[in-house]
Design a binder for this molecule. Structure first.
Ligand SMILES: Nc1ncnc2c1ncn2[C@@H]1O[C@H](COP(=O)(O)OP(=O)(O)OP(=O)(O)O)[C@@H](O)[C@H]1O
Ligand SMILES: [Mg+2]
Length: 345
């Protein structure tokens, strides 16, 4: 029986490529804790996100690559994930927040809050640590959509985020008296966002989503000034008229130097049509993250305070949100591999 060497196992694993990152899993540093004992090989694959869309595929390929090494009798493969930070050291965030992702659009009412809530919930379902900051100080929707209310507790000298469905959240809606309109001027908005980032005890988060207010303006500028952003996603509706809005959203992101991670088409279907989101993404060379169908249960679940991906996980629309969440997580990981040096093993 030939003796199995570490070099042979790594050589075999070098044949497994991550299709998004276009590198092999050894070079990417995914292979950890390799142990060989006679014909028994054990190792861990540490992916860049627990929401990896090709997790099963990589697991299977790695397993069979190692199994094909002469002398290997058993393969014990453990899957984990470690989301890497794209932010670098930052003073403003209260906690170890690894990625900040804004959910934006060129105009109101296209489903930013709905997408933010469901993408956050979908990523939390994969085991990721997720936060959601409601930056819509004019009309905060996160409290209702997640069924949260009441003043947040204190946590030492910080504010404890309110949590639901594994998502840590903060919203002006928890602080304002019911129905009291607040008139926000630019500097006040800036200070409120700063407090939400700095004074909230976010803890360790893999992804902090920011649900942006409608329009392009003060909130985008403030957020980009306050915190190093991983990027933003643009939500649009399918019809042609919304293309101009997407163009506006892209221009805004460029102006504040925030990368657009991708475009989501929301409310696809018979009423508004389908395909405009993909078209506009292609026209601007942006990744298209997917279509969310127009589905009354989405609104119903939002009104009832439970995201549809939680209350109806088998629904088609929930699968769409999970796919988009996976593609977004992969886009974040891809961006990091592009911008950060990888270790050669
Ligand atoms: N895919 C969908 N199917 C059915 N209804 C949807 C869908 N997406 C969003 N909605 C509904 O459309 C309305 C607007 O959605 P939402 O509040 O998420 O948009 P928004 O872009 O955040 O709006 P605003 O700009 O006011 O913040 C809500 O009533 C929501 O429940
Ligand atoms: Mg909203």
């Amino acid at each position: 029986m030939p003796e199995v060497t570490e070099e042979q196992v790594l050589e075999a694993l070098r044949r497994v490529q991550d299709p998004d990152l276009h590198k092999d899993i050894v070079t990417l540093g995914f292979v950890k804790d390799l142990k060989i004992c006679g014909g028994a090989v054990a190792f861990t694959l540490e992916l860049t996100t627990p929401a990896c869309p090709v997790k099963e595929q990589l697991q299977e390929q790695a397993r069979s690559a190692v199994a094909s090494v002469p002398g290997v009798e058993t393969v014990n493969l453990k899957m984990t994930a470690q989301v890497r930070s794209s932010l670098g050291p930052t003073e403003v965030l209260g906690g170890d927040v690894r990625n900040v992702i804004a959910v934006t659009s060129g105009k109101g009412g296209v489903g930013k809050s709905t997408c933010a809530v469901n993408l956050a919930a979908a990523l939390a379902q994969t085991g990721a640590r997720v936060g959601l900051l409601d930056a819509d100080v004019y009309g905060p929707n996160v409290p209702v959509m997640l069924g949260l209310q009441g003043k947040p507790e204190r946590s030492g000298d910080k504010i404890a985020p309110k949590e639901a469905f594994g998502i840590k959240t903060m919203s002006i809606g928890y602080l304002a008296e019911d129905g009291t309109p607040i008139l926000w001027r630019g500097p006040m908005l800036h200070r409120a966002l700063e407090q939400f980032l700095r004074d909230v005890d976010w803890g360790t988060l893999d992804y902090l989503f920011v649900d942006m207010p409608p329009g392009t303006g003060d909130a985008q500028i403030s957020l980009a000034q306050l915190v190093p952003m991983t990027g933003s996603v643009i939500v649009t509706m399918p019809q042609e008229v919304s293309l101009a809005d997407v163009r506006r959203a892209i221009a805004m992101n460029q102006q504040v130097k925030v990368e657009v991670l991708g475009v989501i088409e929301n409310m696809s279907g018979e009423i508004f049509g389908r395909g405009g989101g993909r078209k506009v993404a292609e026209a601007y060379g942006l990744p298209f993250l997917g279509e969310v169908p127009l589905e009354p249960s989405v609104r119903q679940c939002g009104d009832d305070g439970t995201p549809v991906v939680v209350s109806q996980p088998e629904a088609e629309v929930s699968a769409a949100f999970r796919d988009i969440a996976g593609r977004l997580a992969a886009a974040v990981a891809t961006r990091q591999v592009r911008t950060l040096p990888t270790l050669q093993v």
